[in-house]
Every structure is written in structure tokens, then in C-alpha cells.
Design a protein around this ligand. Structure first.
Ligand code: ATP
Length: 134
């Protein structure tokens, strides 16, 4: 089975670097499967899980936005933050979710705070999903 090098990179660290058979990401226009030999392109990502297939194993990552870039020699996911399931602190994500929900439920709020709370909720829910919580 052919592979390509996948790198998941954040401003802090190289989160992941492995030969993969395929990945599934959620781009701005929806779900996208990437196989070896895909034509080069770049697209923004939603805050959503990224699934990496190697052999019959699938590994999920919580990827908080960013971009996927398919190059001739490798695929790079560049995100503000990304964690694999075992790196996620579920309690922290649950707390972030509750905080964001409380902010969204508060009556008076300016638009920027509302948007920030929505984005924070998306990140928390993404992490909860990937870590196997509800
Ligand atoms: P919080 O409000 O809990 O800080 P956040 O969504 O604001 O959550 P980010 O700004 O997205 O956090 O991330 C800051 C750093 O903390 C990143 O390095 C990210 O990987 C890490 N991080 C955030 N939440 C978690 C979590 N639940 N488990 C593990 N690492 C986390």
C-alpha cells in the first residue's frame, strides 16, 4: 500500500510526522479524503477531527482550524493547536465547554465576545469528540 509523509505542525511543536496511507479532514467546503498522489492544493480547515489511516489503524487528532497543504512530497496540516486523543485533558475541555456555554447564554454581550465564545465551544467540543467523551 502506498503512503505519503503527513506532518501536523503548530506554532509550538511538530505534533505528528508519519507515513500515512490516507487522511480525512474537514475543509471549509466539507469532508475531504486525501490519498497518495493527490494533486497539490491548499485549503482552510474547520475546527474538526482529522483521521489518519495507517494500515488498518485509524488515529484521530483534534485540529483547531488552520490549513491543509498537499505538496508533491508530503501533506502538511498547519494549525493553531492540535492534539491526539491521548494528549487531551478531557476535564479541561469539559470546563472550557461549560464556560463557553455560560457566556453564550448570558443576556447582554457584544459580538466579538459572542464569536470568541462560539470558537471556544467549537474547540472544546472537538477535543471532547476526539478524546472519546460526549
Ligand atoms: P482553554 O480555555 O482550556 O485554555 P482553549 O481552547 O482556549 O482552551 P487553545 O487556545 O486552543 O485552548 O490552546 C492553548 C494550548 O493548550 C494549546 O497548546 C493546546 O494544544 C492546549 N490545550 C487546550 N485545551 C486542551 C485540552 N483540553 N487538553 C490538552 N491540551 C489542550
Amino acid at each position: 500500500m502506498s503512503t505519503f509523509l503527513l506532518e501536523i505542525v503548530t506554532p509550538d511543536r511538530l505534533v505528528y510526522s508519519e507515513q500515512a496511507n490516507s487522511i480525512t479532514v474537514r475543509g471549509v467546503e466539507g469532508e475531504l479524503g486525501i490519498l497518495p498522489g493527490h494533486i497539490p492544493f491548499v485549503t482552510p480547515l474547520q475546527v474538526a477531527p482529522v483521521f489518519v489511516k495507517i494500515g488498518n489503524q485509524t488515529t484521530a487528532f483534534a485540529v483547531q482550524g488552520g490549513f491543509v497543504e498537499v505538496r508533491k512530497d508530503k501533506v502538511v496540516i498547519l494549525a493553531e493547536s492540535a492534539e491526539k486523543a491521548t494528549e487531551i485533558d478531557l476535564e479541561r475541555a469539559e470546563a472550557a465547554k461549560s464556560r463557553a456555554e455560560a457566556r453564550l447564554g448570558a443576556s447582554r454581550q457584544d459580538e466579538i465576545d459572542h464569536r470568541r465564545a462560539e470558537l471556544s465551544l467549537q474547540r472544546a467540543m472537538n477535543r471532547i469528540k476526539v478524546s472519546g467523551g460526549n
